[in-house]
Design a protein around this ligand. Structure first.
Ligand SMILES: Cc1cc2nc3c(=O)[nH]c(=O)nc-3n(C[C@H](O)[C@H](O)[C@H](O)COP(=O)(O)OP(=O)(O)OC[C@H]3O[C@@H](n4cnc5c(N)ncnc54)[C@H](O)[C@@H]3O)c2cc1C
Length: 549
């Protein structure tokens, strides 16, 4: 292999040390792939330099964007060049009460500080909001606890600056018909990509619209169904880039629209036992009728881990440990009386006053209790609500860090099925899972029918790859049967790209390929994600974790 000699006009840093390459060889997926180099471009012209450089070594090198590296699907992993956006693309450029302009490598937690200073926020934040960047959120079309009401990141992207395969920066935003026609008449690459994408959409319109998963959250495939609004006759290429995992080009600047959050909130918490499982889908639909702003869940295994790491949680929640112990007394009492609840559901009701929020939560509680014999609790104040949110938000992190001898294996970690199908879907799903000798946790956004099932596995067990292949195949077939999505927010990456065919027809998969051809004809951007699947990574690139006893 020729050594990598980067062009002299590249102003950023290049690091090929073993230590750095090892650090960038992992995200939070099951994969480990060591890059040849990690580069830290200083600005847009550096990105152009990298693109031109990779074109000179066509077929040999590629560029994979990386922001905070918290992806669960292998999205930022490559054996070629990692392009880091954290170091230099990290300025919030402008914020007012309606929108904000930011670079992609800004941590969401810093972005939120800047927007909350204006009393507004971008509400599709993740459970990993303290760890990830806004660029990663755009590239994955992320979502979180507020998405039930506020939707995913795609709803808040007003404008994107992207740098494409020709090394030039373009601004994408929603265009009217007249603006689109003007773009299409240009005799340059911009004119060409608008012409080609529009023609693709028009010639496969019915198949594309039928392919859109019938759920409220989807990050799978290219969201080509959101580009052309036939009724309004608008054309918005930002929607193709949101959720495209850096496979079509680099995002260099984002303009987000912002919302004003409601100030008061109360949680209705439902503690479900095993006997309630047959009614789970119906209970969910019943609570949804009361229009909670968020509706989340975590299961008994997550709860168990939480109990094991109580001292650490104390620290994270802060404050007085005696008061916290008192706050958790109802749960501890419940555990002593009847064991750990099988599933905890948290429905959040928000309003302009606390009394209003409480009345909404109480009303929903009354309706559920009238039909189901379920233990419930309405939180007294925001502080008490925080303890439930901490367990829910931290669940994946707690599991990653705290289960000895086993490791989180996200591979069926993000499926979505419309809540009305849950009464049929969930028993079928659990029947499949029960056939395997697995410990797994279930948490997620139950209101959207979006479940994070995370098996805890010994990665050295001989049937590891077989289980992943087998379960993914069966579970995604089931998801396809209910017109769901194989990923609501974590995206396809290396782990799910081989399964897109489970929910998309050959015609639509071909449209995805053609989209890739329009923007990345030489496959220089983040290969093997979204198109050109490489299932063999499961054999060649899974983390070799040493299991401690
Ligand atoms: C504890 C935990 C909880 C999580 N909870 C959630 C959750 O609630 N909701 C959710 O949606 N996700 C969740 N995730 C997954 C992950 O955190 C999110 O998808 C996050 O938005 C990724 O951001 P990042 O900055 O880490 O991106 P990275 O991991 O660095 O990259 C993600 C993808 O974006 C691409 N990319 C990055 N920067 C750019 C750029 N400038 N231009 C083009 N492409 C780019 C990368 O190539 C990669 O494909 C969770 C992860 C963890 C570890």
């Amino acid at each position: 292999m020729d050594p990598l000699v980067f062009p002299q006009n590249f102003k950023g840093e290049v690091d090929t040390s073993d230590q750095t390459r090892s650090r960038y060889s992992e995200d939070t997926s099951i994969f480990k792939i060591t890059p040849r180099a990690v580069v830290y471009p200083k600005d847009v012209s550096d990105l152009a330099t990298l693109i031109h450089f990779v074109h000179t070594r066509r077929g040999e090198l590629s560029l994979t964007a990386r922001s905070a590296g918290t992806d669960m699907s292998g999205g930022p992993l490559t054996d070629s060049i990692v392009v880091d956006f954290l170091r230099h693309f990290n300025r919030v450029k402008y914020v007012n009460t309606e929108y904000a302009v930011t670079e992609p490598g800004v941590y969401y937690r810093d972005f939120e500080k800047a927007t909350l200073a204006q009393g507004v926020l971008m509400p599709s934040y993740t459970a990993s909001r303290d760890l990830n960047t806004v660029g990663g959120m755009v590239a994955n079309n992320s979502a979180g606890e507020k998405s039930l009401t506020y939707g995913k990141v795609d709803r808040y992207v007003k404008e994107l600056k992207v740098i494409l395969q020709d090394g030039k920066e373009y601004t994408l935003r929603k265009l009217t018909r007249a603006e689109l026609e003007a773009k299409k008449s240009q005799r340059d690459y911009e004119g060409e990509f608008y012409r080609r994408v529009e023609s693709l959409i028009q010639s496969h319109y019915n198949a594309i619209m039928a392919a859109k998963p019938r759920v409220t959250k989807n990050s799978s495939g290219y969201a080509i169904w959101n580009v052309w609004d036939r009724e309004a006759d608008t054309f918005d290429l930002t929607q193709l880039f949101v959720g495209s995992q850096g496979t079509l080009g680099f995002v260099t600047e984002i303009t987000f629209s912002l919302v004003k959050p409601k100030p008061a909130s109360r949680l209705l918490v439902l503690f479900l036992r095993g006997r309630h499982f047959k009614d789970l889908g119906r209970i969910v639909n019943q609570v949804l009728e009361s229009k909670p702003e968020s509706f989340e869940s975590y299961d008994d295994k997550t709860f168990n881990v939480m109990l094991q790491v109580f001292p650490k949680l104390f620290k994270r929640l802060g404050g007085n440990p005696f008061k916290l112990a008192r706050d958790f007394l109802p749960e501890l009492k419940m555990v002593l009386q009847g064991g750990i609840p099988k599933l905890v559901l948290m429905a959040e009701f928000t309003a302009t006053t606390h009394d209003e929020a409480e009345a909404m939560a109480r009303e929903a509680e009354k309706k559920v209790r009238a039909q189901y014999d379920v233990a419930t609790h309405v939180t007294r104040d925001a502080k008490e609500g925080e303890k439930f949110w901490t367990i829910r938000r931290e669940s994946f992190k707690l599991l990653r860090e705290n289960v000895r001898g086993k490791h989180t294996a996200p591979f069926i970690d993000d499926m979505v099925v419309a809540p009305q199908h849950l009464p049929e879907f969930l028993p079928e799903l659990y029947a499949i899972l029960d056939e395997y000798d697995l410990i797994y946790t279930v948490a997620g956004h139950v209101g959207d029918g979006n479940f994070h099932i995370i098996p805890l596995m010994d990665f050295s067990r001989p049937d590891f790859v077989e289980i992943i292949n087998n379960l993914s195949e069966r579970v995604y077939t089931l998801v396809g049967k209910y017109h769901g999505s194989i990923t609501g927010e974590h995206n396809d990456g290396l782990i799910r790209t081989p399964y897109l065919y489970k929910i998309f027809s050959p015609e639509v998969l071909e449209v995805f390929n053609e989209i890739k051809d329009v923007f990345d004809s030489h496959r220089i951007f983040n290969p093997h994600k979204k198109v050109d699947p490489k299932p063999e990574f499961l054999r060649t690139a899974v983390k070799r974790v040493v299991t401690e006893e």
